[in-house]
Every structure is written in structure tokens, then in C-alpha cells.
Write a protein that binds this ligand. Structure first.
Ligand SMILES: Nc1ncnc2c1ncn2[C@@H]1O[C@H](COP(=O)(O)OP(=O)(O)OP(=O)(O)O)[C@@H](O)[C@H]1O
Length: 270
């Protein structure tokens, strides 16, 4: 029987612009934050996404969550999505409670369902009376608690966890891992973006390594984690000059050459 897939990326690319008007360092470039990414994540799989700083992990998470559109290729998703990310999806002007209500309303949930979710969040997030304060007054750990709890209580088919555990305290991080284990047991698909190899090894079924906007490896958890760890050790052992060279090489592969607009003669004779 053919496997059912929760998420499929077909030649997905995301392009950003880099602009600076500084006279000495004027920049006007377009580059691939993600370049020609192909994969299929089976339903019920827990996949850990690894990659060094700037490799494209957060870009992938906002595409997965439907917050950002792809520029090339297509993403096919089966099921509702929820994003969990620090500061993402929370309106700082609104209180915690209003944020829950807004998210529920945007998803078209009934008043009864929103009330249930609110009760779940109050119990899970443990942020007390801060629930009635604007989110701009929250610490980063509290924002993470609220964002994480809302998305868990929404009970999505696909859960995207983007570094949410790195800012909370240890106790809350463990509580989240336990809750995610419960979700895993019910067959939910989880995409877990993390810098922590031990967390990925301990929790995920498979791992995906993104480097320089490209998909380097996806599959066996131990193999991918070992290869990623080897790369991080190799990079850290380089001297500063070699590190810069490596970063520049990776970045240059992502730059999209400027295509000059055709002039009058080129259009007629070219
Ligand atoms: N809105 C944006 N406009 C322009 N460039 C962006 C934008 N968002 C991200 N980038 C760039 O795209 C690349 C990928 O960024 P992304 O945040 O996805 O990486 P990451 O793997 O999550 O990094 P980190 O581990 O440091 O959080 C980086 O070079 C980043 O500077």
C-alpha cells in the first residue's frame, strides 16, 4: 500500500531581496533562502530539522505553516497546520486571551471550541494573570509558553515547533516534550526545528539537514545527526578566514544573478 504523506515539497524555492542604500556598501541582490527543495514527510512521522544559522530552517517553518508563500515549486499539505514559533503569530498589542480568541476566530472555530481551547491554554501555559495583559509586556519565555500552548491546544494534524523550547525554562520544555510525545502516540505529524542534537535524537523518528538553503540529507535519524555533528565540528575547527570563505561560498551559491533589462536595440535586434 502506498504511504500517505502529510507534507510534500516539489522543487520549492523561496527568494528574498537584500537591499542596502549605504553608499559604500550598496547592495541590491536577490537570493535563495531555500533552493529547489524536494521531500515527502509521511503522516505520523516526527521529523527533526537541523541546520546551522541562516540555513533556512525558519523560512521552511513559515512556509510549512502557510504564513509565507513559495516563490517556485509547490507545497502539498494534507491536514490543518499550526505554527509554533517565538513571537510568530502573536499580536503584541492584544492580551494573551484576545490572542487566543483571534487565532480561533481566524481558523473559523466555534465559540464553544474557542472556550475549550482557552481553558486548555490557561492550564498548560501557567502564565496566571498575564493572560489579561498585552503580549508586549511578556518576557520571551512567556511568549513562547503562550504560543506553544495555543498551538498544542488547537490539536492540529501537523504540528510545527520552531525553537519554541529553547527560550522556556527546563521544566516547561520537559512538559512540552511530554505533551508532544502524547501527540506523537496519537499519530500526529510533527516537524521539530531545533539546534539541539540531543533533543532531536531523543524525540524524532527521522532528521532533515538543511544547509545554505539546500536540502543536504533527509532520512535515518542517527546517520543524519552524525553527519550534521561532524559538519559542525569541522566548521568550528576552522580559523576565522576559512570560516568566512566557507560562508561566502555557501552564500554565493544562493545569489540570483541580476538579469539586465533589455534595452531598445536588444529588444529589436537581440
Ligand atoms: N524577510 C527576510 N528578508 C530577507 N532575508 C531574509 C528574511 N528572512 C530570512 N532571511 C535570510 O534568509 C536566510 C535564511 O534565514 P532563516 O531565518 O530561515 O535561517 P535559520 O536556519 O532559521 O537561521 P537561525 O538558525 O539563525 O535562526 C538567512 O540568510 C536570512 O538572513
Amino acid at each position: 500500500m502506498e504511504k500517505e504523506y502529510a507534507i510534500e515539497f516539489r522543487h520549492v524555492s523561496k527568494i528574498y531581496s537584500l537591499k542596502s542604500k549605504n553608499k559604500e556598501h550598496a547592495i541590491n541582490k536577490r537570493f535563495y533562502a531555500l533552493k529547489d527543495i524536494n521531500f515527502k514527510i509521511p503522516k505520523g512521522e516526527v521529523v527533526g530539522i537541523l541546520g546551522t544559522n541562516g540555513s533556512g530552517k525558519s523560512t521552511m517553518s513559515i512556509i510549512l505553516a502557510g504564513i509565507s508563500e513559495v516563490d517556485e515549486g509547490e507545497m502539498i499539505v494534507n491536514g490543518e497546520q499550526a505554527l509554533i514559533a517565538i513571537n510568530t503569530g502573536l499580536n503584541p498589542q492584544l492580551t494573551g486571551l484576545e490572542n487566543i480568541e483571534l487565532k480561533g476566530a481566524l481558523l473559523g472555530l466555534s465559540k464553544k471550541r474557542i472556550k475549550e481551547i482557552t481553558e486548555g491554554v490557561i492550564e498548560f501555559a501557567e502564565i496566571g494573570d498575564f493572560l489579561y495583559q498585552p503580549v508586549k509586556k511578556y518576557s520571551s519565555g512567556m511568549k513562547s509558553r503562550l504560543g506553544f500552548s495555543i498551538n498544542l491546544c488547537l490539536d492540529p494534524d501537523i504540528l510545527i515547533v520552531d525553537e519554541a523550547l529553547s527560550v522556556g525554562d527546563k521544566g516547561f520544555a520537559q512538559k512540552c516534550i511530554n505533551k508532544m510525545k502524547e501527540l506523537k502516540a496519537t499519530g500526529k505529524t510533527i516537524v521539530f526545528i531545533s539546534h539541539s542534537l540531543p533533543q532531536v535524537r531523543g524525540f524524532c523518528d527521522t532528521a532533515m539537514w538543511i544547509e545554505g538553503g539546500m536540502l543536504k540529507e533527509y532520512g535515518n535519524i542517527e546517520e543524519v545527526c552524525d553527519h550534521y555533528a561532524e559538519y559542525v565540528d569541522y566548521y568550528n575547527a576552522l580559523d576565522n578566514k576559512a570560516k568566512k570563505k566557507e560562508r561566502d561560498e555557501k552564500f554565493n551559491k544562493r545569489i540570483i544573478p541580476n538579469v539586465k533589462k533589455k534595452g531598445f536595440f536588444d529588444r529589436i535586434f537581440g
